[in-house]
Design a protein around this ligand. Structure first.
Ligand code: TRP
Ligand code: ZN
Length: 476
């Protein structure tokens, strides 16, 4: 193997070569000479990506490309037996790195073929790879674990992670539930592809993101393999399982749709399920092509959860949804899932867009116009004295990130922007936004820049009033 020292010496000649050889001689005692760019400078990857809402989330020093999660789960015992293989690329020379993991007891951990030392500290799983990892190196981390994955409680008191139901488990991950069942770089800024291989007692159905690759029954168990080919944020991963009535169809526009509905909720959710093809085709017409190779919905009975989540390709509902909630979660496939925030304070870009999409759907189907919804009592019609106006849209804080403000004031911001720049510029803007940031991350500053570009207007004062200031906007 060529050391970096001799490679560097080979590029040099004359006096420079002599100097390099002298350095090389000295370097036999001190392996990495300080300030020498040719030598690996191993250090620990950051234990955080610095999001103030969830400071433990995410880690530095590497970039995950793929998660391969193989597990068995028995709803009767609530015990999971799992092996997750993470494929990642080092972005610095690493002698240590962290993963986020809240799951059960680890029995083995390897980096490549080599068992690695590790320790757990809260949700940090600190790994010491030997041999160390070099910048640009692709490596695997194989983690084997067993036990009952936890329910995670959020700052607003809601629950997520691995939530047992009376016939299986409901698995929502936003904003910090994914590490309940897989070790991960749990930040929306590090997207990856996923494969899930789940073995459950025969009769139980597992519904994951992406496409169903295979379903094999033997000896009283069934193994489901789900593959998510497009990059996905960890919080959008799900493997919700239980008794489900499955239906497959294709929209008139050609999008494959897979729905799984708890048999007890089929009647109550029939109207919302029936509209999925129309909603997807309508949104495709105004937002641009549906971003994924699969669409659908998972409708389960998880009464202690009480919210729905836009899990990628198949949103999950903890009770029978109405058409409006269905439209909201499907709109997130463009805004939230394909184009994702990189930091949680930008959550209005997810929730404001999904909420505004339902205003447009309502108008499209003959209900209230978007302008009427904007003016209504729950929106601009709220009294100026309402506490609603005292939360900052573009930084609501972790306790209000799923409160009314990112949703409703976020949607109002978009409607007001549409009035300001006109329909042509507005609809070009939101379509371009979906196309330009497809499978990526984008933030509020990017959106303001894009709006100014498409309209040719200076919109700083407009966005300041709607996104960054407290108080009911009076003029903009
Ligand atoms: N993002 C979800 C939606 O609006 C809602 C959601 C996700 C949520 N996680 C949550 C709401 C936690 C309350 C608490 O579709
Ligand atoms: Zn939403």
């Amino acid at each position: 193997m060529t050391s970096s020292r001799s490679r560097r010496a080979a590029r040099l000649g004359g006096a420079a070569l002599a100097a390099a050889l002298l350095t090389a001689t000295q370097a036999t005692t001190a392996l990495a000479a300080p300030g020498d760019p040719g030598e690996p400078r191993y250090s620990a990857g950051a234990p955080s990506l610095g999001d103030p809402y969830f400071p433990d989330q995410g880690n530095g020093g590497y970039d995950v490309r793929h998660y391969d999660v193989t597990f068995s789960y028995d709803p009767a015992t609530k015990v999971m037996d799992a092996t997750t293989v993470i494929t990642a690329v080092a972005t610095q020379d690493l002698d240590q790195f962290d993963l986020d993991f809240r799951g059960p007891q680890i029995t083995s951990l390897k980096v490549g073929k080599h068992p690695a030392a590790y320790r757990r500290d809260g949700q940090e799983l600190v790994v010491t790879p030997r041999p160390k990892l070099k910048t640009g190196e692709t490596f695997t981390v194989t983690v084997t674990y067993a036990g009952t994955p936890p329910v995670v409680t959020d700052p607003d008191g809601s629950i997520e992670g691995w939530v047992p139901t009376d016939d299986g488990a409901f698995v929502p991950g936003e904003p910090q539930g994914a590490p309940a069942w897989l070790p991960a770089n749990d930040s929306p800024a590090d997207k990856a592809t996923f494969t899930f291989r789940a073995t459950v007692p025969e009769g139980v159905t597992v519904v994951g993101n992406g496409r169903l690759v295979s379903r094999t029954t033997a000896d009283g168990t069934t193994t489901f393999v789900w593959d998510s080919a497009e990059p996905m944020a960890t919080y959008l991963a799900t493997v919700t399982l239980g008794n489900f009535v499955v239906n497959e169809t294709t929209t008139p526009g050609g999008i494959p749709v897979y729905t799984a509905v708890d048999p007890r909720l089929v009647t109550q959710s029939a109207a919302a399920v029936a509209r999925i093809p129309d909603i997807l085709d309508y949104f495709s017409s105004i937002f641009g092509p549906y971003p994924f190779n699969q669409a659908g919905a998972i409708i389960d009975r998880a009464p202690n959860v009480g919210y729905a989540l836009e899990s990628q390709t198949k949103p999950i509902f903890s009770s029978a949804p109405g058409v409006g909630t269905m439209a909201h979660e499907l709109a997130h496939q463009w805004y939230g899932d394909s184009v994702s925030v990189g930091k949680w304070s930008d959550i209005w870009l997810n929730e404001g867009f999904a909420t505004y999409a339902t205003w447009l759907w309502t108008e499209h189907t003959g209900g209230a116009t978007a302008q009427q919804t904007f003016n209504s009592a729950g929106n601009y019609g709220r009294a100026a004295t309402s506490s609603f106006w005292q939360i900052v849209t573009a930084d609501p804080g972790p306790e209000d990130m799923f409160g009314n403000v990112p949703y409703n004031r976020g949607a109002m911001t978009l409607h007001a922007l549409r009035g300001k720049i006109g329909d042509a510029a507005f609809f070009t803007l939101i379509k371009d936004w979906a196309a330009q940031h497809r499978y990526g991350n984008a933030g509020t500053a990017d959106f303001i820049r894009a709006a100014e570009k498409v309209s040719g207007m200076d919109l700083k004062a407009f966005f300041d009033v709607w996104l960054f200031q407290k108080g009911k906007p009076a003029s903009w």
